[in-house]
Design a protein around this ligand. Sequence first.
Ligand code: SF4
Ligand code: SF4
Length: 152
Amino acid sequence: MEAIDGKDLDPRFKYDVAAHAGGENLKLCFACGTCTAGCPVSEIDPEFNPRLIIRQVLLGMRKEVLSSPVLWRCVQCYSCTAKCPQNVKFREIVRALREMAVEEGLAEATLPDEVEELGRFAQRVRRNLVNALVSDRAKYDAMKKELAPLAE
Ligand code: SF4
Ligand code: SF4
């Protein structure tokens, strides 16, 4: 990651995020990392780090946060919001950041719906893998081998 250049920072960014529903407590974050520790996406993807994203928002890294593909990896599971000791609603903050990314032309307008559909697709794939694991181990092994390159 490159060093931050102060002239690229937008001091309004945190206020704009906090103005969205669910963003009110953003500035109460004390960087404990509980959100990241309990996030199922962070568990398999070190690039996705809720605590880091909040620090970037508070610092004013507007373009970097809103244009990052990382923003779209959250699966909206609610774990971070449920566990945060400061009642920072990171799940809702992700929704706000995605809205802002579209509004500011840094993400395609179709992306929110496409990411939701992708989530349903992934759940159907998981259901079929679980069914095969339980009832037909050879089929499961073949399916998993076929899908393995996608999971790297
Ligand atoms: S759990 Fe809450 S207070 Fe702790 S880093 Fe995450 S958002 Fe901040
Ligand atoms: S809502 Fe998103 S950021 Fe929060 S724990 Fe779930 S996947 Fe991680």
